[in-house]
Design a protein around this ligand. Structure first.
Ligand code: SOE
Length: 374
């Protein structure tokens, strides 16, 4: 079976997704082939050069033209405000859809996407790629097995430092009408996805956001452009199952490059994960004998979920591209098996609902209920 991919966008995510598709036949069942059929971007230079570098057979200027080609699935790696139109049109034409996070700039737009893919009955997936990491899936397995008991605490941080310099130019990620939010949607959404995946649904949140740099220089111009999204967000969470959490996302933390961590504490132990050491999962069990208690370092290898598809022994280690491979594997395997992919657009919608409650809480300064929209 051959799955023909159309990709819209040629940036960092376009690059990683394309690399994953190029090697995917190594990771999916025998006989499944992925063809990089057509690549779209907004200029001829971007589309043509991208197609040459990434290995697409065809290129087009403007996403609408991908449908002139024989395709099965659409991969959306554009700025957030463009996601809905592409996803909805792809679904209308019966194409499977994988889309970068956050799915859209608000809940209303995200819901339109969910309705479109579900009406069309196409496979849909949101790119919370860090959820595919074997150490994270293993953490979920341990929680589900009761290894750390009843859950009390979840705490997560996603910190970067690429926005600290006020001279770093204005890009769409600093504009609410294009991005939806700032650090919250760009990186906080990954940590929120972890919270839902590992602990469960949110009941209510109270949050604080801050925009430290209020305007930035436009690239190549003398003018500046206002920044109307959060540079940083801190939130407290009350989960429906009684656990409590705190979550921080900021792109203003010098020294933190792609620092994504979580810790979950339960009645029988704790789990700790840090993306920058993603081949290890730290597990503390209160059931261990008293004279040997301490966080143990589980070295991830083929005996762990999702990692069986990767390398033959622990210590060979995975990195960023493997998250894209595991994600593409889930998407393509779901198409082949005729089932829904995980995480789906519905997961993206619930994360959007949480983010809307967070922004509302930050604006009002009060605890805010999180509507369950899935
Ligand atoms: C930029 O902050 C970014 O590329 C995010 O958009 C990604 O989701 C994150 O994984 C890496 O950083």
């Amino acid at each position: 079976m051959e799955i023909k991919i159309a990709q819209v966008g040629t940036g960092f995510m376009g690059k990683t997704h394309s690399i994953a598709y190029r090697v995917l036949s190594t990771f999916v069942p025998a006989g499944v082939k992925v063809k990089l059929q057509v690549l779209a971007d907004v200029t001829e230079e971007l589309a043509r050069d991208g197609a040459r570098k990434f290995g697409y057979e065809n290129w087009v200027v403007g996403w609408e033209k991908i449908f002139d080609h024989d395709i099965d699935a659409v991969d959306i790696v554009t700025p957030n405000d463009v996601h809905p139109a592409i996803a909805i049109e792809a679904a209308r034409r019966g194409k499977h859809v994988i889309c970068e996070k956050p799915l859209a700039i608000n809940v209303a737009k995200t819901r339109e996407m969910v309705e479109a893919v579900e009406k069309a009955g196409v496979v849909n997936m949101v790119c919370f790629n860090y959820r595919q990491i074997p150490a994270v899936v293993m953490a979920k397995k341990l929680i589900d097995e009761g290894a750390i008991g009843k859950l009390y605490h979840f705490r997560a941080q996603y910190l970067q430092d690429w926005c600290v310099d006020p001279e770093s130019p204005f890009v769409w990620r600093f504009q609410a009408s294009r991005a939806g939010s700032g650090s919250l949607g760009d990186i906080g959404s990954h940590a929120i996805d972890y919270a839902r995946y590992l602990v469960g649904e949110f009941d209510e949140v109270v949050a604080l956001t801050e925009t430290f740099v209020k305007e930035r220089p436009l690239p190549g111009a003398r003018d500046v452009h206002p920044v109307d999204v959060d540079d940083a967000v801190n939130m407290l969470i009350r989960f429906k199952n009684g656990a409590i959490g705190c979550l921080e996302a900021s792109r203003f933390c010098y020294g933190r490059k792609n620092y994504l961590t979580f810790e979950v504490n339960g009645s029988q132990g704790s789990l700790y994960f840090d993306w920058e050491h993603c081949n290890d999962l730290f597990f503390y069990s209160a059931r261990d004998r008293e004279d040997r208690q301490g966080y143990r370092d589980i070295k991830i290898g083929p005996m762990h979920p999702h990692a069986e598809a990767l390398w033959p022994i622990p210590g060979i280690n995975m990195a960023y591209v493997e998250t894209a491979i595991l994600q593409a594997k889930e998407f393509v395997t779901a198409i082949v098996e005729g089932r829904q992919a995980v995480p789906s657009f519905r997961d993206g919608l619930q994360v959007a609902s949480i983010m809307e409650a967070v922004l509302q809480s930050a604006a009002t300064g009060s605890w805010t209920k999180v509507p369950l929209v899935v």
